[in-house]
Write a protein of this length. Structure first.
Length: 417
């Protein structure tokens, strides 16, 4: 496997540290909480200082969960300040590497490929990481942690799992460290890319740590989870073939997408209905244009009080317009990356790498008569909706309280959406 020198850098307690830096306070000795004061004692703690974390106070909790014997200061979130500080830090990274060797993962986290810079600076990757972190602190008063690895995955996990426990805030992992550092990790949701729902699915297979995942038959994981199962096995063995340049050279291809901002908070239980309705819309567009898709993307945006979310793509084994295949792939993406109980306010679904549908897809489980019946069924539904309006024919689930289908159809036009 190719070895690169990848740095994954995260700004510690970013929102809270920005507020402290702006006020001339030390986040390691001052009890500050970032939360919306207008929401009262039930407000979500968007960030807390490292000082409060040492006392057991968690970010993303509720104010009323903070022990009453702990005194703290509450400040309202200021996104303009955080964006300004993030840009300052990014400019420092660009003093060390070119933009082609940097991937901004989030407002407070980046990946840097420093492989081609070590001879220039006459430093090891560890020494270069020290210089960058020191520079960030001196110029912005923000403290950062850094993971170093031979690929993006191991650099990220080294940062998440180990770096915060070192005085230097730096941890370096190599391929030789996989048995002693990666495999013992449990629960699985501690690992980048494994959400709580995917963790439960893996637990149902009696997989509870990374060692068990790494030694589970790869073909069985692929059979159960598709390409995501293969990716899980690869990651459990420290394999990650992606490179920063992959994020820079995104191929422009034929695609369709659908997104919506939700009128209330959804979660892992009721968001499935929304996803099913959105896929139904995209499937109709595929049928109208006689196209198939071979890649699906799912984006989830959390409530603005929480911030963040994710967007991930899954490649399909074959181009398809089969509802079951597409929904199963999207739900697997959701289960893998969704952070349990976080409120969802935006959903985006993307079908890309479209190709012409030149023949009817067959599989060993269906007869030609069944396939033809399905095609005729879908065509009849599409014709009725085209003639009489999208709300003229609805699934029973559209009448559920959490459905947005009827309202969305009315907004985008009943006869030609």
């Amino acid at each position: 496997m190719e070895e690169r020198n990848i740095l994954c850098i995260d700004l510690k307690s970013f929102f809270a540290s920005c507020e402290c830096a702006d006020r001339g306070l030390d986040p390691f000795s001052y009890p500050l909480v970032v939360a919306n004061k207008s929401q009262g004692n039930g407000a979500i703690t968007l960030a807390v200082t490292p000082y409060l974390k040492q006392k057991g106070v968690k970010s993303r909790g509720r104010l009323y969960e903070i022990p009453k014997n702990i005194k703290y200061t509450i400040v309202n979130p200021r996104m303009s300040l955080y964006l300004k500080k993030s840009k300052e830090v990014v400019s420092i990274y660009l003093d060390y590497v070119s933009s082609e060797d940097m991937h901004i993962y989030s407002i407070d986290e980046v990946f840097l490929d420093v492989t081609n810079y070590l001879k220039l600076y006459k430093k090891s990757d560890y020494e270069l990481a020290q210089s960058i972190l020191n520079d960030v602190y001196q110029k912005t008063s923000l403290c950062a942690t850094c993971g170093i690895g031979p690929n993006l995955l191991l650099a990220k996990i080294a940062m998440d799992i180990e770096a915060k426990h070192h005085k230097s805030n730096i941890a370096k992992w190599t391929y030789e460290d996989i048995p002693t550092k990666l495999w013992p990790i449990t629960p699985l949701s501690k690992v980048w890319g494994i959400g709580s729902k995917m963790e439960k699915r893996l637990n149902d297979l009696n997989i509870f740590n990374m060692y068990e995942l790494a030694h589970y038959p790869k073909n069985k994981l692929k059979t159960k989870f598709g390409v995501i199962g293969e990716e899980l096995w690869n990651h459990a063995n420290g394999i990650d073939l992606s490179k920063i340049k992959d994020y820079k050279n995104i191929k422009v291809d034929k695609s369709i997408s659908h997104s919506q901002v939700l009128f209330k908070d959804y979660n892992g239980d009721n968001i499935h209905l929304i996803i099913e309705e959105m896929v139904d819309v995209l499937l109709r567009r595929l049928r109208d244009t006689h196209k198939l898709t071979s890649r699906v993307g799912l984006g989830i945006g959390y409530s603005k009080n929480i911030g963040g979310g994710f967007y991930h793509i899954s490649k399909l084994a074959n181009a398809t317009d089969d509802e079951h295949t597409l929904l199963n792939t999207i739900f697997l993406l959701f289960d893998k990356y969704y952070e349990n109980n976080k409120p969802i306010r935006k959903v985006s679904i993307h079908f890309s790498y479209l190709s012409d549908k030149k023949a009817i897809q067959m599989n060993i489980f269906e007869t030609m008569d069944n396939i033809n019946s399905k095609e005729e069924y879908n065509k009849a539904i599409d014709d009725i909706k085209l003639r009489f309006g999208k709300n003229s024919l609805l699934k029973a689930t559209a009448l559920l309280e959490d459905s947005t289908a009827i309202e969305r159809n009315q907004k985008i036009g009943g006869h030609n959406a």
